[in-house]
Design a protein around this ligand. Structure first.
Ligand code: HEM
Length: 486
């Protein structure tokens, strides 16, 4: 047994290990504690050691640094987020092209998001607004009596369509087949990644050929590529016809058009249009849907927030439902509510990086190449940062904003709230996520009442350093007697 232990321990951990137990030769207890008790492991570890710690996780170990080292992490070029995605999400496997395209060498996806989905872009908002309205009608219906929604389908469906209005454009945004394709891809891909992690690393390249989820991903990539080739070809034909007739070609304001117009479009390294669409869905769908789900649960649990939010939405959009960036920026209480919901889903770590060459902490400790590092996120629920940190206060960030604190807005990442990461890899989709969420919630709160099923208690499900919003939440809704506008 000790030989097994020695074989597994490739290198001695440089920081104290917080889940190393006597006689736990096969690390069963270490992994169990990590999976179900990580919050306490980290809290106790930092209290005891007062500095960086190591946590044993299935397949290896991870270094967690105190949040005081966030700025060091953000600016350190020896640490890389892309390498982490490459290794931890297996982006070289066939079928995972949608993941690979996020970090394609020409950076087409991230450059496009930074340029086109900034806080300034107004032109995309009407399409998002229109698709959110249509998706809500389709998924939540118009029954004026209380009825349960299908929790995952009827939240994912709205975010997916809101995003598609900007990602894939008018031809496919409302197409149920396309919606099913991208949603299934994201689900199968993340499931496949989880399954692959359960296998020893050397076997994964073989195992991936036999998992049903990876096989589904390969099929879906082929379908996405074929569909998007048709869209691109059709647009090229339209442009040619218009040019032949001396007319202006139709204009498109979506990710298909933006990436086609990218300077290196002719580059043979450029990912296919279908891969780009899948990449956008991989980055945008699960994250934003999780945020919507949690805020819906929190609003249902705090009905006292509903009227003030409705009033703020009414004032921001005016009686004519005038959607624009200024209107969204005026929804300060809503912004605070969404950020507060995000604060309490216990994502225990942030700024995950791979060490791509040996690096040195400010105190001189060397961290070797290949290490997996991240920072502790417990400032989000620390009594030193927040009053009554365990309780939900929708006004929390609004009050902090009015009191002159920094980084109080949803899109602002900081040491105390690093849910969007930071430094050169900071989430380039956060402005869009904010617009989508605000528009969804503006429609939902204006048109629907929401509540949790009587007696139902909901809590996020922790899984190691991460957590998912309650996947079985029972949300009931009813249509109010109000149409769009007011
Ligand atoms: C509430 C929703 C979202 C959350 C919580 C979120 C969170 C994150 C986080 C934590 C990172 C890693 C940053 C780092 O480690 O420094 C990230 C990266 C990224 N996000 Fe988001 N994200 C969200 C929505 C979106 C959306 C809507 C898009 C696309 C429109 C998007 C696109 C990306 C991309 C492309 C990256 C990779 C950046 C890079 O590697 O340089 N995200 N996101």
């Amino acid at each position: 047994a000790s030989c097994a232990y020695l074989l597994r321990t490739k290198r001695r951990p440089i920081f104290p290990v917080v889940n190393d137990y006597p006689l736990d030769f096969f690390r069963q207890r270490a992994h169990r504690e990590y999976r179900s008790n990580a919050k306490k492991l980290l809290a106790d570890g930092f209290a005891k050691h007062g500095g960086p710690i190591t946590v044993l996780v299935p397949g290896g170990s991870k270094i967690v640094l105190p949040s005081a080292l966030s700025d060091w992490m953000k600016t350190n070029r020896d640490l890389d987020h892309q390498q982490l995605v490459r290794e931890e999400y297996f982006d070289r496997f066939p079928g995972f092209e949608g993941l690979r395209a996020i970090h394609s060498p020409d950076n087409v996806v991230i450059d496009m998001l930074r340029a086109k989905l900034s806080a300034q872009n107004e032109s995309i908002l009407p399409a998002v607004d229109q698709h959110v309205a249509a998706a809500l009608e389709e998924h939540w219906g118009d029954a004026e009596s209380w009825h349960a929604i299908s929790w995952d389908r009827d939240t994912t469906g709205i975010i997916s369509r809101a995003a598609a209005s900007v990602f894939v454009g008018p031809e496919k945004a409302a197409d149920p087949e396309w919606q099913a394709l991208v949603q299934t891809y994201v689900r199968e891909l993340f499931t496949a990644v989880g399954k692959l992690h359960a296998w020893p690393a050397p076997l994964r390249p073989l195992v991936q050929w036999f998992l049903p989820q990876t096989s589904a991903c390969r099929t879906l990539v082929r379908q996405a590529r074929a569909t998007m080739r048709d869209v691109v070809d059709q647009r090229a034909r339209e442009a040619k016809t218009a040019a032949d007739q001396g007319l202006e070609p139709p204009r498109y304001d979506d990710a298909v058009a933006w990436t086609q117009a990218a300077p290196n479009n002719a580059d043979s390294n450029k990912p296919e249009a279908g891969d780009i669409q899948l990449a956008l869905a991989v980055a945008a769908l699960f994250t934003t849907t999780e945020a919507l789900k949690q805020v819906l649960i929190d609003i249902a649990r705090h009905p006292e927030l509903v009227e003030p939010l409705r009033e703020e939405i009414r004032q921001s959009l005016s009686d004519r439902w005038q959607v624009g960036q200024a209107a969204l920026a005026n929804m300060e209480l809503l912004d605070s509510v969404v950020k507060e919901s995000q604060r309490l889903v216990p994502l225990l770590v942030g700024l995950e990086r791979k060490v791509i060459r040996d690096t040195t902490l400010p105190d001189g400790t060397r961290i070797p190449e290949g290490s997996h590092v991240m920072v502790d996120s417990s400032d989000m629920w620390s009594p030193e940062v927040h009053e009554e940190p365990e309780s939900y206060d929708g006004y929390r960030f609004l009050k902090r904003r009015r009191a002159g604190h920094k980084a109080t807005q949803f899109v602002q990442s900081s040491r105390e709230h690093n849910v969007f990461g930071g430094g050169r890899h900071i989430c380039p989709g956060r402005f869009f996520a904010s617009s989508e969420l605000k528009l969804c919630l503006a429609h939902i709160l204006t048109k629907y009442d929401v509540r949790l099923k009587d007696g139902y208690r909901s809590a996020p499900i922790p899984s190691g350093f991460y957590a998912i919003v309650d996947p079985a939440a029972q949300l009931e809704v009813r249509r109010r007697g109000v149409s769009t506008g007011f």
